[in-house]
Design a protein around this ligand. Structure first.
Ligand SMILES: *Cc1c(COP(=O)(O)O)cnc(C)c1O
Length: 410
């Protein structure tokens, strides 16, 4: 396969996004006029700081000493043997401090806030994973932290709410509308508008207005850079395929960006949830169309009146009705293949990885593992590298309640 990619993608990371934050026709910053200066300030600060030797060396030190990077690449020998002749490897982002890849960009965002002289970081959170990672960064840097969260989500996600509070964040309940993520986004934006001179708004994936899709990609690229070196060290070769789950798309882009210019197949895995009907999944690229939401242009799931459609996945980190603009672009270019995995398949992979390897994966990451297990049956004698974006402790109670201890997956 694929010598052709070398010419096409060797300058890709420098060319995209363009100055205005576009990846082809996707991206940009679609903002209310009052917020334009705030995002321009962030863009300008980031573009200066990302070339600063001091910023880069400080971020490297934090990754090494605080986050515990590099995380290892691990060969799943027992799981692979059970599946046949293909070998499955994992990039262990579950071993990153706080148990997922999100801290990679939250520490970058926190360091940027510090360099910009901000006193506070503001964000919304749905299931609480982004809130916990940001609260961790805020504690590390000695910044105030306001996390807006719908009342319904607060009730559902008690352990993450406790974590944020212990870490010193203010969890601000949002009590209007459906009291979930969408209202929390609106409330966080309002909060930010009030005090953007002293605060910075931090987005939790490669979504939102420019420069976040660029900046979060840059902060997550360490995953792919490490993984490629480690994989070659281990096996003497490149993998035949890399796989990652796609919610907003940050863990995926971190892994993919190191392989775009290599002869490697790339797969992004979306959540098919309970099936293809609207409201039963969050497979944005699979079923979506072009639109603007949360300040950026991408592919999104819309209801009959053109608003963001209701979405669902067993993995709460994947239930977002759109996707990072760069994924929409890579889909259009045909460089990454986007496919999907159902709740059932993800839960089966959750138990298989636990039982065969002693690793309990996050339900989000289980989507990537499930897809690699399917690929392994199709492609004999190959090597597949999966980004294991996080650990599954947070999901155990839910899984036990709904699926028992997985007797049926033995
Ligand atoms: C939040 C989360 C995801 C989904 O976010 P992306 O931006 O698509 O990576 C995936 N895995 C885990 C463990 C998460 O916490």
């Amino acid at each position: 396969m694929k010598k052709g990619y070398e010419t096409e993608f060797n300058t890709y990371l420098k060319e995209y996004p363009d100055q205005r934050g576009y990846f082809g026709q996707y991206g940009g910053a679609h903002l209310p006029p009052q917020l334009i200066p705030a995002f321009e300030e962030i863009t300008e600060a980031y573009q200066t700081i990302c070339h600063s030797a001091q910023f880069i060396s400080e971020l490297r030190r934090i990754r090494r000493e605080f986050q515990g990077r590099p995380t290892p690449v691990y060969h799943c020998e027992r799981l692979s043997r059970m599946l046949g002749t293909t070998q499955i490897y994992l990039k262990r982002e579950d071993l990153n401090h706080t148990g997922a890849h999100k801290l990679n960009h939250c520490m970058g965002e926190g360091l940027l806030a510090k360099f910009m002289g901000k006193k506070k970081i503001i964000a919304e959170t749905g299931a609480g994973q982004h809130g916990v990672a940001l609260a961790t960064a805020a504690a590390y840097f000695g910044l105030e932290c306001d996390i807006y969260m719908g009342e319904v989500d607060i009730a559902k996600q008690a352990p993450n709410v406790s974590r944020m509070k212990i870490l010193g964040a203010n969890v601000i309940p949002v009590t209007h509308g459906l009291k979930t993520l969408k209202e929390a986004v609106d409330a966080a934006f309002e909060g930010y508008m009030q005090e953007y001179e002293d605060a910075i708004y931090c987005i939790g994936s490669v979504v939102g207005p420019h420069p976040f899709p660029l900046m979060v990609r840059d902060f997550q690229m360490i995953v792919g850079i490490e993984a490629k070196d480690q994989f070659i060290d281990m096996t003497g070769m490149l993998p035949d395929a890399v796989v990652a789950c796609v919610g907003g798309g940050s863990n995926a882009i971190g892994m993919f960006s190191a392989f775009l210019n290599e002869p490697v197949e790339i797969y992004g895995v979306e959540p098919m949830g309970k099936g293809p009907d609207m409201g039963n999944n969050a497979a944005s690229i699979t079923f979506g169309e072009k639109g603007i939401m949360h300040g950026f242009e991408s592919i999104m799931l819309k209801d009959s009146s053109g608003n963001p459609a209701p979405v669902y996945s067993v993995a709460s980190g994947l239930d977002y009705p759109s996707v990072g603009p760069e994924h929409a672009f890579l889909h259009e270019l045909g460089r990454v293949k986007y496919d999907s995995v159902s709740d059932e398949e993800a839960v089966e992979a959750f138990f298989k990885l636990s039982r065969y390897e002693g690793i309990i994966p996050a339900l989000e990451s289980s989507h990537g593992v499930a897809y690699a297990m399917k690929l392994a049956k199709e492609k004999k004698h190959s090597a597949i590298l999966v980004n294991l974006s996080g650990r599954g402790d947070k999901d155990m109670d839910y899984v036990i309640e709904h699926y028992g201890y997985g007797e049926q997956y033995k």
